[in-house]
Design a protein around this ligand. Structure first.
Ligand SMILES: [Cu+2]
Length: 216
């Protein structure tokens, strides 16, 4: 073989190895949200006092999701039986969404104090165990529920370090979805992520601290 022949053989071999690796990954890798790509059934609709439809969403932040390729990672999941990990939701555009989150995880040091502020919700507040809150103490903040494209970000209070596993903090807030159809990413923006910018691990993968909201 001349030099060019060697080069071509090498390139073909490398391409073959990469293709094989991708095929094996595609067959063996099952994301946490699995075939259950939508959790639409877990959203309930009710009318408020002024007759407006309100879409209710109940979530838990659990220390171990218990499913998928990283069962020991923490994540958001629906409060249903069975649970839907890595919630992927669908609600109408320009609608009111009322969220109730139970956080079972403890507080962690914040990377960015910007995320202690409640932003983009109705009244720019959340209710933490029933208490109206617009800024959370960085010492108490554990995670956030953030939808960057909507300008919505809500800090989640952590349980005390010595709390029993059944203990949670309750966060409630309402936001209005924009009037544009599309698929939008939501995620946690404080320190459950690994890597230099904290965006790896559970924060970088749908099914854990990240999910999707589709506006129909
Ligand atoms: Cu987090």
């Amino acid at each position: 073989m001349d030099n060019r022949g060697v080069l071509v053989t090498a390139l073909v071999t490398i391409a073959g190895i990469i293709a094989l690796a991708l095929i094996v990954y595609g067959i063996t890798y099952h994301p946490a949200y699995s075939s259950e790509r939508t959790s639409t059934k877990t959203i309930s609709v009710a009318s408020n006092a002024s007759g407006q439809k309100v879409y209710h969403l109940n979530l838990n932040i659990v220390v171990e999701v218990g499913v998928g390729p990283h069962a020991d990672w923490l994540g958001y999941q629906t409060r249903t039986n069975p649970v839907h990990p890595g919630p992927v939701f669908s609600v109408p555009r320009n609608s009111l969404v009322e969220v109730d989150i139970h956080n079972f995880d403890s507080a962690t040091a914040l990377r960015n104090y910007f995320f202690t502020k409640v932003q983009g919700t109705v009244g720019n507040v959340e209710y933490v165990n029933g208490k109206r809150t617009s800024i959370m103490s960085p010492d108490l903040t554990s995670h956030t529920f953030t939808i960057p494209s909507f300008g919505v970000s809500v800090p989640m209070e952590g349980v005390p370090d010595n709390a029993p596993p059944t203990k949670y903090q309750d966060m409630r807030f309402t936001f209005r979805t924009p009037n544009t159809k599309g698929v939008y990413r939501w995620q946690c923006f404080v320190p459950c992520g690994s890597g230099t910018y904290g965006n790896g691990g559970p924060m970088g993968e749908i099914g854990y601290m990240m999910g999707l909201i589709t506006l129909t």
